[in-house]
Ligand binder design. Structure first.
Ligand code: C5P
Length: 208
C-alpha cells in the first residue's frame, strides 16, 4: 500500500504521515527532507542554488537513511529547499529515489507537495492536508518557540505565504491537490482529531 500526503508548509502532513506509517506498519519518507538535504549540502559548500548540474550531482549522493530532521529543519534550509525545488532535472533525480522508496515492500507513506500528482500517481490513498495560513503559522511559531528559537508570528506567516506561493506557482510539479485526493482541512482540528480523520479516510478507501 502507498499513501500519498501532500499539502502546504506546516499543514501537519509530516506528523500525519509518521503516525499513519506506524499505524499501518508502513515505511515513511518525508520528501521535503530530500530537497532540504540537497539545499543544505549546497549551502554548506557555498555553492550556488541555481546551478542545476551541481544540484543533480549532489542529489545522486543522497542517502535516504541518513536524513537528519533536526539539522534539516532550520528555517534557512527550508527557504533554500523551496528555491532549488524549481529545478526540473533535480526534481527528476529525486523522484527516482522517492519512487524506489515507495515501491519497496510492504509499501510506504510519502509526504510532500507532488506525491499524489507526480511521484506516486497510482497511490491507493491520497490525502491533501491543509489549514488556513494563520493556523499553520501559529503552529509553526509555537513549534519553533518550544525549541527555544526566536520566532515572531508575523514573520513566520509571511514566510509561509511566500513559500506556498513559490511552491504552487512553479512550472514543474507545483503544489496542488490531486483530482482523486481527499481533502483534510485541519484548521479546526488538533493532531488527534486529524489523525483519526485520516485513518477513517484510509480505512474507508481500503474497504471500498
Ligand atoms: O515539506 P518541507 O517544508 O520540508 O519542504 C521544503 C521545500 O521542499 C518545500 O517548500 C518545497 O519547495 C520542496 N518540496 C517539493 N516537493 C516535495 C517536497 C518538498 O518541491 N515533494
Amino acid at each position: 500500500m502507498i499513501i500519498a500526503i501532500d499539502g502546504p508548509a506546516a499543514s501537519g502532513k509530516g506528523t500525519l504521515a509518521r503516525r499513519l506509517a506506524a499505524h499501518y506498519g508502513l515505511r515513511h519518507l518525508d520528501t521535503g527532507l530530500t530537497f532540504r538535504a540537497v539545499a543544505a549540502a549546497l549551502l554548506a559548500r557555498g555553492l550556488p542554488l541555481g546551478d542545476e548540474d551541481v544540484a543533480v550531482a549532489t542529489a545522486r549522493n543522497l542517502d535516504l537513511s541518513r536524513l537528519d530532521r533536526d539539522v534539516l529543519s532550520a528555517h534557512e534550509i527550508g527557504e533554500a529547499a523551496s528555491r532549488i525545488a524549481v529545478l526540473p532535472a533535480l526534481r527528476e533525480e529525486l523522484v527516482h529515489l522517492q519512487r524506489a522508496f515507495a515501491e519497496e515492500d510492504p509499501g510506504a507513506v510519502l509526504d510532500g507537495r507532488d506525491i499524489g500528482t507526480v511521484v506516486c500517481p497510482g497511490a491507493q490513498v491520497k490525502l491533501y492536508a491543509t489549514a488556513s495560513p494563520e493556523v499553520r503559522a501559529r503552529r509553526r511559531t509555537q513549534e519553533l518557540q518550544s525549541k527555544g528559537k526566536d520566532a515572531e508570528f508575523a514573520d513566520v506567516l509571511s514566510d509561509l505565504v511566500r513559500r506556498d506561493a513559490r511552491d504552487a506557482g512553479r512550472a514543474v510539479a507545483p503544489l496542488r491537490q490531486a483530482d482523486d485526493a481527499h481533502l483534510l482541512d485541519t484548521s479546526e482540528m488538533d493532531i488527534e482529531a486529524a489523525f483519526k480523520a485520516a485513518v477513517d479516510i484510509v480505512d474507508s478507501v481500503r474497504a471500498g
